[in-house]
Design a protein around this ligand. Structure first.
Ligand code: PAF
Length: 282
């Protein structure tokens, strides 16, 4: 596997793939790769001839006081894992390579509506940072397909809308969340949890599953279910950020006629913010 750090090198390698008639798959990541990321790479391999993975801890999507500095950076270990998965090319640029004029002067991609609410409300500017860097990566790599995890449900909705609205010639594939044996969604941020917090963490999935069962059973008492889920999470030691039952397509509050519902949740355990989601068809 080859690793490149500059856009110039990246473009030269991509050009050689194109000259060989290869279909290119892209997996954008922030590194600290776990089984969830490796599943994305396997899916990209199925859908393309060569997989390009990017590792870039994107400062534009972190707010003041968030974990930009603390975010785990494990390049050598990530390279080893990518090599084993048959990833063809790793693009690992510096912040200066991506934002050469500085963040303040960066052209931004704003995706309305679907970026609002949920994580968009708790992390102002986050999805603009995500949409901007993903646009840049799409333009640099010009992939045929790009694979993202459904764990970041709102992020995936933002990227799908952006791709559609801006006529980007990329097929966006979403992959179901990969979970630990006890139900906790895999995330690089799980590494921040103390042993005690790690024991409590699966409760977020458990509470969502209980709420999902009530929804599947026909309950339309969305506000009541959300309130009792927040209470249950607090009892389990979480500080809930949001617990919202939404229409799976619009991400707007669920209405009684909706058949496809998604529960979107974010909650803190100590200083670690965990997110998860669960979709129900009824
Ligand atoms: O999901 C992530 O890891 C990031 O938000 C992404 C898509 C790589 C953009 O920085």
């Amino acid at each position: 596997m080859r690793t490149v750090h500059t856009i110039k090198e990246l473009r030269a390698v991509i050009r050689s793939y194109r000259n060989q008639g290869k279909r290119v798959g892209l997996v954008p990541t922030m590194g600290n790769l776990h089984e969830g990321h490796l599943a994305l790479i396997r899916r990209a391999r199925e859908a393309s001839d060569v997989v390009v993975t990017s590792i870039f801890v994107n400062p534009m999507q972190f707010g003041a006081g968030e974990d930009l500095e603390a975010y785990p950076r494990t390049l050598a270990e990530d390279q080893r894992k990518l090599e084993q998965e048959g990833n063809a090319l790793l693009f690992a640029p510096t912040v200066r390579e991506i934002y050469s004029a500085g963040l303040a002067l960066q052209t931004q991609v704003v995706v309305p509506e679907v970026s609002e609410g949920h994580c968009g409300a708790s992390r102002p500017g986050h999805f603009t940072g995500v949409a901007t860097v993903v646009t840049m990566l799409f333009n640099m790599v010009q992939p045929d397909v790009a694979v993202f995890g459904e764990k970041d449900y709102q992020q995936l909705a933002v990227i799908r809308k952006m791709t559609r609205d801006l006529f980007m010639p990329v097929d966006v594939i979403g992959l179901p969340t990969i979970r630990e044996a006890d139900g906790l969604a895999m995330s690089s941020r799980n590494g921040y949890l103390s042993a005690d917090e790690r024991r409590k963490a699966p409760a977020i999935h458990r509470v969502m599953t209980e709420t999902g069962a009530a929804l599947a059973g026909g309950s339309d008492d969305f506000a009541g279910l959300e309130a009792s889920a927040r209470e249950n999470l607090a009892t389990e030691g979480f500080r809930p950020d949001y617990f919202n039952i939404v229409n799976s397509f619009t991400l707007k509050p669920a209405e009684p006629g909706d058949r496809e519902l998604t529960i979107l949740a974010a909650a803190f355990l100590g200083t670690t913010r965990l997110i998860d989601n669960l979709s129900i068809v009824r």
